[in-house]
Design a protein. Sequence first.
Length: 237
Amino acid sequence: MTLDNLRNVALSLAFVTFAASCSQTVTEPDTICGADRSASTAPITHDPILFVHGYGGNGGNFCTMIDRFRADGWTDRELYAYNYSFIASYATDAEEIRAQVDQIMAQTGASKVDIIAHSAGSVSSRYYMKNLGGSGKVDAWVSLGGPNHGTDTALNCSFTPCVEIQPGSAFLAALNTGDETPGFARYATWWSPCDATINPDESVLLVGATNHETACIAHISFLDDTAVYQQVRDWVR
């Protein structure tokens, strides 16, 4: 698939995401991957997890992973996924993440949350960690194929989020200045040698994080690969 085709697919998905998310607010979703959250009265025994999707995606991208967390003992009160804009700056998404984390902690009584981010969700959530006080509220942070140092596949897109993750962007330069993994949270990344969306592959790696190389999997496969899930589960557990 050419870069232009990748861009067209991403934009198509993004417009669907935008239309679906227009009616959403920062408030807690009524359902999480088909389950009625309000019906759950289970106690909190794990740090709640906030899943942050990538560019052109949506919270439903994580349903396979969320179902696996459910099977391994996490309750719906411990699993959260929202939709984010495909035209706003990652700094704006980070403000939403801050509000979501604060709400999750207030509603569950948890002292910390975990964040699992796919693709560009790594950038917005790391902005939150570095600039909006998130490092003091997050226990474990996970980046699955995140363009932490940029990707050349963003060069064919002129929307603000694409410009911000182009190699050498001012946004990434500021985000990566100084400590790439600030605070006392446990940072981990997963990258694939066969990821055609993140170029170069090494863009995912962060100084101060535990960086994992996966098998030869595609970018979207971070969301449903069994081995990746097991490693991520063990990291946040």
